[in-house]
Ligand binder design. Structure first.
Ligand code: IVH
Length: 669
């Protein structure tokens, strides 16, 4: 490929990748598989490697994180980033409504837009000539920090537009609860201090000088206004939001317009109940006068606009008595304390246990047994102890001391360098082994149904399993003789274990619980090496050569496979017939020279000889990619029985159409 061709292809790839990022991250409607997306990225990375002069900061490859900065530049906000006045109850909202009516000089009901108040970090995104050039924090409202590199890692932020417009959009960057839980779990396992809530975690991630950290944190954003030279051709806030959405920005869908404050009040009351069901935290609702003309008339106070107000939710907190502290040992040996509480009702559920995270937290908060404590629901699931009500002490409270020895195996606990968590470092510790097996059978690992925490514990206590390989040597009669095990459940369990032997390599790799090897790393390794043997024999350098695998992971893998007991377990798994090969397509297996190579194919209508999935695999195996919708970029349409609108569109656009039989013939060509 020469430079001109490369330039064209790079541009095309960027457009396609960003379009799929948009479908995936903004519309939540992916139209290609992860594998196809990876293929596009690979091609782009390769071209940018060959032609470094083509690499620009707004390339989607740069979303994984550029080189670390030494410090953040300051950014002056030409239009200040203000905050909002607060309302705490219905009366405050009615007072606000009255002030608005008086300000405009009317008795007529006012149109308001009501939005969720996302609990994250306010940011401003600057676009110049259609390109995302700078992203900044709010700072003190006049001067913020330039966090462009970190914001670029947020995939729902468009990096470029077709039109050369210049403007600034503002919104709230946040960390979804699911990510927050994952990040804290990983931090607990590494013995690092935990984030108190998703907002702190988002702020902490965006203030990192190394953008790779932000990239790993899967942050997201909702935009809520546009300011600057080319503000939107809209007369109202609701229109502006719709236009922002059309431009490709992620705008929160849970917004409503009401005429008069009554509807607003009712809508807000509904969200107090529903907020815990959202996949992200909100700390209130924002009410804004819809009409821009009215907004202008109302203007600003020194700190905030007169045309908007933030309604703050009552905190999801409750007070109860802490009766005791229970210690659990995780898969990696990290020891975590859990508070045992008098049951208390909190945000619709009864809470009996709450996380205390680690010893430092118990000490910092001065928690004693018998204390009245404030519990708060962080995110959706894990409640935590946030504060001690020292004024309610009676003198009966007992200080708590972390154990010096592992409650499961009795060996001395240690605190590794720079870690907050205490660890049991005995590799034979039964608690760690049991947790490791629970991880192995879990849904995202080997997915062995009917083998949950309880059954694993039971099998472990009866000494039927000592490591993951033992699962494949369980005997039917041994199992039936156990308590609470019927013939049927034993047979189902054995069938599920048998079925798991066919899993593709990445599940096994993830299930082994190698430190720092999460699902993504497991997939990358499986795809790169193809077999367990190849990985076992690989050097640290070879593992490091995989894009997105860093030294920490590579070192951990090399150390893992150097252990004789690991070799032994793998040999026994292999002997039991557990599959150790990757079942997806490997990079070198893609046919580069077929009627499908490099083509975008759309499948439509009913296929009779193959399923959609099989057809897709056939096309991908021949170097093509499958897309969900027909457009000018489509090269080929495979039309099965009763194909409808996609076929019509293909004909309109003059795209080549073949029937199922021709398709089958071509796949054999
Ligand atoms: S409008 C002129 N809308 O809440 C201020 N703010 O004090 C315009 N926030 O700093 C802000 N969700 O970070 C607005 N839908 C939303 C919001 C929102 C969250 C944050 C924002 C701001 C703070 C208000």
């Amino acid at each position: 490929m020469d430079r001109t061709e490369a330039t064209a292809r790079v541009e095309e790839l960027r457009r396609i990748i960003e379009q799929h990022n948009y479908l995936y991250y903004v519309k939540d409607d992916p139209q290609i598989s992860d594998y196809e997306w990876d293929q596009l990225m690979r091609e782009l990375i390769q071209l940018e490697g060959e032609f470094p002069e083509l690499l620009t900061p707004d390339s989607p490859t740069q979303r994984v994180g550029a080189t670390p900065l030494a410090f953040f530049e300051k950014v002056e906000h030409t239009i200040p980033m203000l905050s909002l006045a607060n309302a705490f109850d219905e009366q405050d909202l009615r007072d606000f409504d009255r002030r608005v009516q008086q300000g405009i000089g009317t008795d007529a009901p006012i149109a308001y837009v009501c939005e969720l108040k996302i609990d994250g970090l306010a940011v401003s995104l600057r676009y110049e000539n259609g390109r995302f050039v700078r992203g900044a924090t709010r700072g003190d409202g006049r001067t913020g920090e330039d966090i462009t590199q970190n914001l670029r890692t947020i995939r729902s932020i468009p990096l470029a537009f077709n039109k050369p417009m210049s403007f600034e959009v503002r919104g709230e960057a946040y960390m979804p609860r699911r990510v927050f839980e994952r990040v804290n779990k990983e931090r607990a396992e590494r013995g690092e201090p935990l984030f108190a809530n998703p907002r702190n975690a988002a702020a902490g991630s965006l203030r990192q000088l190394d953008p790779k950290i932000a990239a790993e944190r899967s942050l997201d954003i909702f935009l809520y206004s546009m300011v600057g030279e080319e503000a939107l051709p809209a007369d109202s806030h609701s229109e502006a939001l719709a236009l922002l959405e059309e431009l490709g920005f992620k705008v929160n869908p849970e917004r409503r317009t009401f005429v008069g404050i009554d509807g607003v009040i009712e809508f807000i009351a509904g969200w107090i109940e529903k907020r815990s069901q959202l996949p992200y935290d909100i700390d209130g609702m924002v009410v804004k006068v819809d009409s821009f003309a009215y907004q202008e008339e109302l203007g600003f106070t020194a700190k905030s606009p007169r045309w908007a107000i933030a309604y703050k939710f009552p905190a999801e907190e409750a007070v109860t008595v802490l009766r005791g502290i229970e210690i659990t040992v995780g898969r990696t040996g990290a020891v975590t304390p859990t508070a045992i509480l008098d049951p208390v009702s909190l945000a619709g559920t009864t809470v009996k246990r709450a996380s205390l995270h680690n010893e430092d937290m118990i000490r910092e908060k001065g928690i004693m047994i018998g204390d009245h404590v404030v519990v708060k629901k962080a995110g959706d699931i894990i409640p935590e102890v946030v504060e001690v009500k020292t004024e309610q002490r009676t003198g009966e409270e007992q200080p708590y001391h972390m154990p010096t020895h592992c409650p499961a195996c009795g060996s001395g606990l240690v605190r590794l360098d720079e870690e907050v968590a205490l660890r049991c470092i005995n590799p034979q510790c039964p608690a760690q082994i049991r947790e490791g097996i629970i991880h192995f059978v879990s849904r995202n690992a080997m997915n062995i149904e009917g083998l949950g925490e309880k059954v694993v514990t039971q099998l472990y206590e009866h000494q039927l399993i000592r490591d993951v390989a033992d699962l494949y040597y369980l005997k039917r009669d041994e199992l039936i003789s156990l308590e609470r095990m019927g013939e049927k459940s034993v047979d189902n369990m054995l069938a599920a274990i048998e079925k798991s032997k066919n899993n593709s390599l990445e599940r096994l790799l993830f299930g082994l619980g190698i430190r720092f090897v999460g699902e993504k790393a497991a997939r990358l390794l499986a795809r790169h090496f193809g077999t367990m043997e190849a990985l076992q024999e690989a050097s640290e350098e070879e593992i490091l050569s995989i894009h997105e695998i860093g030294t920490k992971i590579a070192e951990s893998i090399a150390l893992y496979f150097s252990k004789p007991e690991v070799t032994e377990t793998l040999n026994r798994l292999r002997a039991a017939g557990v599959n150790m090969t990757y079942k997806g397509l490997r990079p070198e297996e893609v046919d580069q020279d077929s009627p499908f190579s490099g083509k975008t194919v759309v499948l439509t209508g009913t296929l009779e000889q193959v399923t959609r999935k099989e057809a897709q695999q056939l096309i991908e195996g021949k170097g093509g990619k499958v897309s969900g919708s027909v457009s000018k970029k489509t090269d080929l349409v495979v039309a099965g029985e009763s194909a409808g609108s996609k076929l019509e569109k293909a004909n309109e656009l003059g795209i080549q159409v073949i029937d199922e039989q021709t398709f089958i013939d071509w796949t054999k060509a």
